[in-house]
Design a protein around this ligand. Structure first.
Ligand SMILES: Nc1ncnc2c1ncn2[C@@H]1O[C@H](COP(=O)(O)OP(=O)(O)OP(=O)(O)O)[C@@H](O)[C@H]1O
Length: 385
């Protein structure tokens, strides 16, 4: 199996800087999603890894073999990488089996070996009964599986997937997520999955590399991105996160800190190297905001609006100490939910002190930096399909 290492990758098109200082290590057999908004450089990164383009700076290694950087530039056909495109790129005049075996035939492998590899690949993606069909007679999901089988048959143990579900309808997308899990489990291949759909990345990947404006902001497990974002951009992007200013951050033992949030003393989680500072940013999520228990100190707020979401109520709240701010809250279904205009004391059940740039904990991209200090919802920047 082959891992992938990108070291300090930079790329410009003319005067446009598209990628800067990308460092990313993907272990053999890992499933990594590259996630970011349109235009952040995901496809450019994939093109550099595939060998369709060369980096201006840095190097790329597959396993222990350098394939790009300096004077080295191994062409795509010499990299042994499988690629699954959005549009499947299947030959319409060939059967499923012929499509899957085409590269093997061109490589002049003995016929018996070609047939055995094609049969094995079709078995893995559960398409053996459809081996004789033409692509036109397949569903979108089945075509996608033919494209996966083609990578398997070619023996690619690193497969790049470029928004492979973008052309499928919502129901099929959910079913295909399970197919990708199965493909990963059964092939053992290293998968790099490009997407701008956060829920897809969360559902599929071992780790997600979050990109923005040509930079890698953080590469970590879905849960770590959600619970311990490395900066305000990641915090606002993942899971509809909120980024709020806190004052007087003071780390204590056990990965915890104290600070003032909207005039109330609160407890936060923080990374091991956190330092005392007068101002900091904290991240939280709507599900972590709840009415305080009786007797518990809370942040006073008014209900501005509420809507029933089927099984839960969604609220918009205005803290009394900062009337310009709006806080979302989600509460379970209740017969007598708080009305607009009602006053509540709020408790934040989970808060994370966003680390200072360059000091974040494990999983942070080396050289990572951010100057974002937004206090509102930066989520709108990242519209999912
Ligand atoms: N050949 C090129 N010449 C000039 N600019 C380019 C070229 N290819 C890409 N770009 C620019 O580089 C930036 C990154 O593009 P890229 O296609 O890598 O982004 P992306 O994250 O894959 O976007 P999307 O999700 O919309 O496909 C964009 O601003 C794009 O306009």
């Amino acid at each position: 199996m082959t891992g992938l290492r990108l070291s300090n990758i930079g790329k410009s098109y003319g005067d446009t800087r598209v990628l800067s200082g990308i460092d990313l290590d993907i272990a053999a057999g890992e499933f990594v999603a590259v996630l970011g908004p349109s235009g952040c450089g995901k496809t450019t990164l994939l093109r550099l890894v595939a060998g369709f383009d060369r980096p201006d700076e840095g190097s790329i290694a597959l396993g222990d073999r350098q394939v790009a950087g300096g004077h080295v530039m191994v062409p795509p056909e010499g990299r042994g990488i499988g690629i699954v495109f959005q549009n499947y790129a299947l030959w319409p005049h060939m059967s499923v089996a012929e499509n899957v075996g085409y590269a093997l035939k061109v490589a002049r492998l003995p016929r018996a070996e070609c047939e055995a590899r094609v049969a094995r690949a079709l078995d893995t993606v559960d398409l053996a009964p459809l081996a004789g069909r033409r692509p036109a007679d397949l569903s979108g999901g089945q075509r996608q599986r033919v494209a996966l089988a083609r990578c398997l048959a070619a023996g690619s143990d690193l497969v790049l997937l470029d928004e492979p579900l973008a052309n499928l309808d919502v129901h099929l997308r959910a079913a295909m997520e399970e197919e990708f899990h199965r493909f990963h489990r059964e092939s053992g291949a290293t998968l790099v999955y490009i997407t701008h759909d956060q829920s897809e990345a969360m559902a599929l990947a071992d780790r997600i590399a979050v990109m923005d404006k040509g930079r890698l902001l953080q590469c970590a497990s879905p849960r770590q991105l959600y619970r311990e974002p490395a900066d305000a951009t990641v915090a606002g992007f993942i899971g509809g996160g909120l980024v709020l200013p806190v004052e007087g951050l003071r780390p204590m033992a056990g990965g915890l800190a104290m600070a003032d949030l909207l005039g109330t003393r609160v407890r936060l989680r923080c990374h091991a190297g956190e330092i005392a500072r007068p101002l900091a940013m904290a991240s939280t999520h709507p599900a972590d905001i709840q009415p305080a228990h009786p007797g518990e100190a809370g942040i006073p707020a008014r209900v501005i609006a509420r809507s029933y979401r089927g099984g839960s109520w969604s609220y918009e709240l205005r803290p009394e100490t900062d009337p310009s701010l709006r806080l979302p809250m989600v509460l379970p279904d209740a017969a007598a939910p708080p009305e607009p205009g009602a006053r509540l004391d709020l408790a934040f059940r989970d808060l994370w002190a966003i680390p200072l740039p360059g000091t974040s904990g494990p999983g942070a991209a080396p050289g990572h930096s951010s100057s974002s200090t937004t206090t509102t919802h930066p989520t709108e920047q990242f519209q999912c399909a």
